[in-house]
Ligand binder design. Structure first.
Ligand code: GDP
Ligand code: IMO
Ligand code: MG
Length: 429
């Protein structure tokens, strides 16, 4: 089975949506396996721009989309996204979108807790998207989540909500935030049932069928390795495993079904929210990257922090994520810079270290060690072949390949779907 899993190799927003949309032409099914509507994936096709958060990016190509059990699903957010993209002319419904019946739901109390906790943290806030992602995953592992399949058993919902509210209202009261009434939540869930249940199924069974029929499955990661709850810059991370390994558990396919792992990285680095960022730039170059790259969060509109490409960090993401090929995006944003820097390691208390340490204190001390490369004055914007790239740009890409220890298999040179250079087809295995 020639499947491909796409994951972010930095701190998110690397252009996963664009790459998934581009590769979806070669796939039959596109599967989301973790995260929720904290993700924001922008796809540009001709004069249409699609902003997707929960819908697998394959829907734009008319491919079958699957939301796996590893996602946390906000029903209201899903329904409004479906109606928004329908308004843009896309056909999305139960015939081409299937949702794991065992997916945990995000209820209105989850964003409330998320925001109240962030407020209480003050300066130490994580900078979450405020969408209730963390609290919903906490409820899942605490075994008190309400799942999509529970909507088919309305008689059980009242007792489930009692347990949920016992926990959350106590917390909300302690935080000085408004509490929730059971009846309103119950009525909301009962009203959602007929809208959502037509999408629900045992997606593991469909994926098993796809395997037998030799269908090609594309797993679409959200967030990125440095936001992974285990491997990222904890606690400044999201609440799910973003590495490709989770594509198996998060969709109900065995580990052999994941296929080739493609990591997506920008030709520089960005981050939204708080947390360590060794190569962050506070000067005019950082400002320029933000402006040229239009670095504003798709979900929250916050300006993204910008910095030089950190090869040390991406190498680490390649190793823990099992990345076999790298898609390098936004090369065009570097156009016109005379000099480029790549971080090859960190100086920590005078010692050269080739990985980002796990502890926050040590991370804060990590001073990037830079290699300086020559930039290019020509435009690479919209290039669709290596021949259109200046020699210094090719040199920059080749150096990244060496340092991160993974081949660049795809290059992206503008937001537009077709401004992409394919080096080797990940579906070829
Ligand atoms: P994702 O979360 O990884 O899907 O990435 P986002 O969609 O949040 O952010 C990436 C942004 O960069 C989007 O606005 C894309 O349209 C844009 N983009 C993607 N690839 C390129 C590229 O090669 N060049 C430029 N200039 N923009 C790109
Ligand atoms: P895509 O899929 C960039 C960040 C938030 C915050 C941290 C925790 O578009 O790459 P959360 O709401 O998940 O509890 O927030 O994770 N974050 C993202 N940053 N891109 C994303 O998704 C992100 N999803 C979450 O900014 O720092
Ligand atoms: Mg994004």
């Amino acid at each position: 089975m020639a499947n491909v899993a796409i994951i972010g190799a930095q701190w998110g927003d690397e252009g996963k949506g664009k790459v998934v949309d581009w590769l979806a032409s070669r796939a039959d099914i596109v599967v989301r396996f973790q995260g929720g509507h904290n993700a924001g994936h922008t796809l540009v096709v001709g004069n249409q721009t699609y902003k997707l958060s929960l819908l697998p990016s394959g829907v734009v190509r008319g491919k079958l989309g699957i939301i796996g059990n590893g996602v946390v699903l906000d029903p209201e957010a899903l329904l409004s996204e479906i109606s928004r993209v329908r308004g843009q002319g896309l056909d999305v419904g139960p015939h081409n979108l299937r949702i794991a019946e065992n997916v945990p739901l995000i209820l209105p109390l989850h964003p409330a807790i998320d925001k109240a906790r962030e407020e209480a943290r003050g300066e130490a806030k994580i900078g979450t998207t405020g969408r209730g992602i963390g609290p919903a995953y906490e409820d899942k592992v605490a075994r008190r989540a309400i799942r999509l399949c529970d909507l088919a058993e309305p008689e059980t919902l009242s007792a489930k909500l009692d347990e949920l509210l016992l926990h959350h209202n106590t917390l909300l009261k302690g935080l000085g935030a408004a509490t929730f009434e059971k009846q309103a939540l119950l009525d909301g869930l009962v009203a959602l049932a007929p809208k959502l249940l037509p999408y629900a199924e045992a997606v593991w069974e469909r994926l098993d069928g796809a395997r037998h029929a030799n269908k090609r499955v594309l797993f679409e990661g959200a967030q990125a390795v440095m936001l992974d709850v285990d491997h990222g810059t904890y606690p400044f991370v999201t609440s799910s495993n973003t590495v490709a390994g989770n594509a198996a558990a998060g969709s109900g396919i065995g580990p052999h079904g994941i296929g080739t792992v493609l990591g997506i990285a920008k030709a520089y680095t960005t981050r939204v929210g708080s947390g360590p960022f060794p190569t962050e730039l506070f000067d005019d170059v950082g400002k320029r990257l933000g402006e040229r790259g239009r670095e504003f969060g798709t979900v929250t509109g916050r300006p993204r922090r910008c910095g030089w490409f950190d090869a040390c960090l991406v190498r680490q993401a390649v190793k823990v994520g099992g990345v076999q090929g790298l898609a390098l995006t936004k090369l065009d944003v570097l156009d016109g810079l005379t000099e480029l820097k790549i971080c090859t390691g960190y100086d920590i208390d005078g010692e050269v270290v080739k990985r980002l340490p796990a502890a926050l204190g040590a991370q804060a001390k990590a001073k990037p060690i830079y290699e300086v490369l020559e930039g290019w004055s020509q435009s690479t914007m919209g290039a669709r072949s290596w021949a259109e790239l200046p020699a210094t740009a090719i040199k920059y890409v080749k150096r990244i390949e060496e340092l991160v220890e993974a081949p660049v298999t795809l290059l992206s040179t503008s937001p537009e779907r077709d401004d992409t250079i394919l080096v080797s087809d990940p579906f070829a295995g």
